[in-house]
Design a protein around this ligand. Structure first.
Ligand SMILES: [Zn+2]
Length: 487
């Protein structure tokens, strides 16, 4: 009944023929659940980047696409392989003679915009409190400059000034005694810099680099040093140096010399997207995506990632199953299960930037990420966020109309904007397509208390709601196939 109602309305709204008129959806909750139970099972170990569990997930997806009769999406292969580079800071220290100050133990080294492997000896000059008048007095060129600052966390400001003046680096010391700030900073920066950072080996993109500050802040290398080490570094105690700074006689402090060693370690690893397609009657295609990787495991357990994003992948498999029954689709439909989404949308960045990719063939990207739960904004689970329809009025109109005739799901537009970095829209693979100038929309049901925790398990998924949501997305794809004027 409802379908007839829907079609009659759409035929009135859209003068073009709605295609196809007799499709019976195969999307149903038991099959969705079966896929999620496999993908989010402990044996897949949280599908971490480069892990054996991710390969298991890959094999499952290949087997499913083949079973459904879909063609491989990458010539004769279902896999689209790429190389990831894992970058991290190795042995890094300052030294004078036998005395060594190791990174994150005695000092905190902040590479800022200049993170590269090096081992050099540099002169150290005294810059007092780092005011313009003080910096005018001394020759900073290619030297380390010792400065007192009130707030060590605010070292970037003076670091930028020193950069402008051509200094090599800064050794920052707190003006007043405060052991607490030093230890807080140690743990924050240790976590940040020693964590694995991933990039794509073959697709240079400054955003992928380990240390993003590079893009926005041009600052010198900073070494945050405890007050107790000043005597060994400069030959004067902190108290003495402060007195000299107050008297303005900065040049009375003789220069010293330190060796700085920075080690950048890089490991390579292979990963792959899994891609399959249903051919259409033209070269143009609709690309449906969902990332199948997640956070892997740690000592405490496995990040099963049921909602994030076994739900999207299960939805994609069901869409593939249901839509592959239709003969003579006007447009092809490509399904890409993306890898390496969690470390920075890297699988999708690779996909849209590889030489074989032609953006002109892609009419739209429809991305599914986390569609099986309910967030705090909603009393009921009968909703679905759509993001990105602000890019196309006809598309927005279509989704509005489908929303009006569908009484199972209410489309929630509150996050529906594709502008600005940091919103939901930029946090999943649709963003990579968007950055290539392709119309891309994102279906999502928001975050919840189990998001990125080991408690995101298959038992917590609302399978009835998931079925309704995937059926809605199928309806969108069908109407796009049938309404060439929209794309
Ligand atoms: Zn996700």
């Amino acid at each position: 009944m409802r379908r007839l109602h829907l079609l009659s309305i759409l035929i009135v709204l859209f003068p073009v023929l709605v295609y196809p008129q007799s499709h019976q959806s195969l999307v149903e909750k038991e099959t969705l659940k079966k896929h999620i139970q496999v993908l989010a099972s402990d044996s897949l170990e949280g599908r971490g980047t480069g892990s054996p569990g991710l390969i298991k997930a890959q094999n499952y997806l290949i087997a499913e696409f083949a079973r459904l009769g879909l063609k491989p999406g990458n010539q004769s292969s279902y896999l689209e392989s790429f190389t990831l580079e894992k970058r991290y800071m190795g042995e890094t220290y300052l030294s004078i003679g036998d005395k060594r100050w190791s990174n994150f133990e005695e000092v905190i080294f902040m590479p800022s915009g200049y993170f590269q492997q090096e081992e050099v000896e540099k002169e150290v000059v005294f810059g007092g409190f780092g005011s313009d008048e003080e910096l005018e007095q001394i020759d900073l060129k290619d030297r380390f400059v010792v400065v007192f600052i009130d707030n060590l966390m605010a070292h970037t400001k003076i670091g930028m000034e020193l950069n402008k003046r051509g200094a090599y680096g800064m050794i920052a010391v707190k003006s007043s005694n405060d052991v607490q700030q030093m230890s807080t900073m140690k743990s924050i920066f240790r976590d940040h810099y020693l964590k694995d950072h991933y990039g794509l080996r073959d697709i240079p993109n400054p955003r992928d680099t380990a240390f993003r500050l590079k893009d926005v802040v041009k600052s010198v290398r900073a070494v945050i040093t405890p007050r107790s080490e000043m005597k060994k570094l400069m030959g004067y105690s902190v108290a003495k140096l402060q007195k000299i700074a107050e008297s303005g006689e900065l040049t009375s402090v003789p220069n010293s010399k330190v060796t700085v060693k920075i080690e950048l370690d890089t490991d390579e690893m292979e990963s792959a997207n899994v891609t399959a397609f249903i051919p259409g009657n033209s070269e143009k295609k609709i690309v449906v995506t969902a990332h199948y990787d997640h956070l892997g495991k740690n000592d405490e357990g496995i990040f099963n990632g049921a909602d994030d994003n076994a739900t999207g992948v299960a939805g994609m498999l069901q869409l593939a199953e249901s839509l592959s029954r239709i003969k003579d689709l006007p447009y092809g439909i490509e399904f890409v299960a993306m890898s390496a989404e969690e470390p920075g949308l890297l699988g999708s960045k690779y996909h849209v930037n590889q030489p074989a990719f032609n953006p002109d063939d892609v009419l739209i990207n429809i991305n599914l990420d986390m569609i099986g739960r309910q967030d705090e904004e909603h009393q009921d689970s009968d909703y679905l966020y759509v993001l990105g329809t602000d890019q196309s009025d006809p598309l927005k109109e279509l989704i509005n109309q489908l929303d009006e005739v569908n009484d199972e799901i209410v489309i929630d537009y509150r996050h529906d904007q594709s502008k600005g970095f940091g919103g939901f829209y930029s946090r999943s693979d649709n963003y990579s397509f968007h950055q290539r100038g392709i119309l891309a929309i994102f279906f999502h049901t928001g975050t919840h208390e189990d998001y990125h925790h080991q408690t995101d398990t298959w038992q917590k998924i609302d399978y009835s709601a998931l079925e309704k949501r995937v059926k809605f997305i199928e309806e969108v794809i069908l109407q796009l196939e049938g309404n060439q004027s929209i794309l």
